[in-house]
Design a protein around this ligand. Structure first.
Ligand SMILES: [Zn+2]
Length: 400
């Protein structure tokens, strides 16, 4: 490449080079096509496309659906969940005309097995037969509790500027990761450190009951949805179990032993209640049945589903009738190969433990949680003068 003077053209290998004064030579460029007329300038701030908002219910209150979700969250088996949730959605779609909302809800919050009759399920379903580990249900509580903790601990620290916020955060993180002082874990007051003794850390179920479960009579627990439910303590349930009637069985509980040695017990979840005859067999049949038509017939018989004339939505779900059975009574049973009992109540699914399961383990002689009562002086005197078998009344008083 060389600089050449004007009015001289060079031909090399059949290509013409046109010299340009003061500029480097190069292959002849094709002339550019004429530019089209200038387009109108684009607006600097283009309006954003309307955000796709989820559809809202138009003819039915959302509170009804929330109530259904709170209830079916602890539905014992997947087949039961599928039928009841399916009947609610079918009715919303075909009777109330909420097809777009139903499609959205199914897509976002439910899973359906392949096939026309595929069962509905949900990752948030935490019933006793679900794969979710007891005590670890899906919850936003962890994030909310952390948010509360951050705000509370930084309340008195400087946080006017970003730098101050970072410094304050650094300070509280140091406190959170500090080792818990000896005995501090026993205090009821809020603790600054987030660490815990090694025996209190684990992914298993809590090994021991809480204090109120042993020493109190009952405790009000908060069910998801801000519903207060009173749970009886272990001694109260044990007393119910040991109060036998003339037929040798307690009116407050039923038990059955399977051929492989495992036991199943049915008790009332909240306040002591006489069980209707066959309640255990009834609940057990619900948990064991997977055939849709059989389950539907059982639901209809118990008034939980009501038949309707609409072909596309043949059942109407009766929430109260469902709660009258599955929120009132629970089954404690052993899973194959396990000694410890699990329970079908919501408290067990939510916290990983409940007084029903602990009391059943104690009643069956698997574990002891309630300390043996110290015999009263009068009882000791009676024992001293008589070698006869203790009366049932004294046996109960001694906690045997
Ligand atoms: Zn329970």
């Amino acid at each position: 490449m060389v600089l050449v003077s004007e009015s001289v053209s060079i031909s090399i290998f059949g290509r013409t080079w046109i010299p340009v004064a003061g500029k480097r030579t190069g292959p002849q460029r094709r002339p550019r096509p004429p530019r089209a007329a200038k387009a109108a300038p684009k607006p600097r701030f283009r309006p954003k496309a309307a955000a796709r908002r989820p559809p809202h219910l138009e003819r039915r209150e959302i509170w009804y659906v929330i109530q259904v979700i709170r209830t079916l969250l602890f539905c014992p088996s997947q087949a039961m969940f599928s039928i009841l949730m399916g009947s609610v959605l079918e009715r919303l779609q075909h009777v109330h005309g909420e097809a777009s909302w139903v499609a959205y809800f199914k897509r976002q919050y439910l899973c359906q097995a392949a096939g026309p009759a595929g069962m509905l399920s949900a990752v948030w379903w935490a019933g006793v037969l679900s794969k979710i580990q007891p005590g670890y249900p899906p919850s936003q509580q962890c994030a909310e509790q952390l948010n509360t903790k951050v705000k509370r601990d930084m309340e008195t620290l400087p946080r006017e500027t970003h730098a101050q916020v970072c410094q304050s955060l650094e300070k509280v993180i140091g406190t959170w990761s500090a080792t818990l002082k000896k005995g501090e874990e026993m205090l009821d007051t809020p603790k600054l450190a987030l660490t815990a003794p090694s025996r209190q850390i684990g992914m298993d179920r809590p090994p021991d009951p809480d204090d109120w479960m042993i020493h109190g009579k009952s405790q009000v627990l908060l069910k998801p949805g801000a519903i207060q439910k009173r749970f009886p303590s272990i001694p109260v349930i044990l007393q119910q179990m040991r109060t036998s009637n003339s037929a040798g069985t307690s009116p407050f509980f039923e038990s059955v032993q399977l051929a492989d040695g495992r036991s199943i017990i049915c008790v009332a979840q909240h306040r002591p209640e006489h069980l209707a005859l066959g309640r255990l067999r009834h609940l057990r049949k619900y948990l064991n049945t997977t055939d849709s038509q059989t389950l539907c017939d059982m639901f209809v018989e118990d008034g939980i589903l009501e038949r309707t004339d609409v072909e596309a939505a043949p059942y109407r779900f009766k929430l109260k009738a469902y709660c009258d059975i599955f929120d009132k009574y629970c089954l404690c049973f052993q899973l194959p190969g396990q000694r410890r009992f699990v329970c079908s109540c919501w408290g067990f699914a939510w916290t990983g433990m409940c007084t029903h399961a602990f009391a059943t383990e104690e009643f069956m002689g698997i574990r002891q949680h309630v300390p043996t009562a110290v015999p009263e002086a009068a009882a000791v005197q009676d024992d001293a003068v008589s070698d006869s078998e203790p009366t049932p009344k004294r046996r109960r008083r001694q906690g045997r």
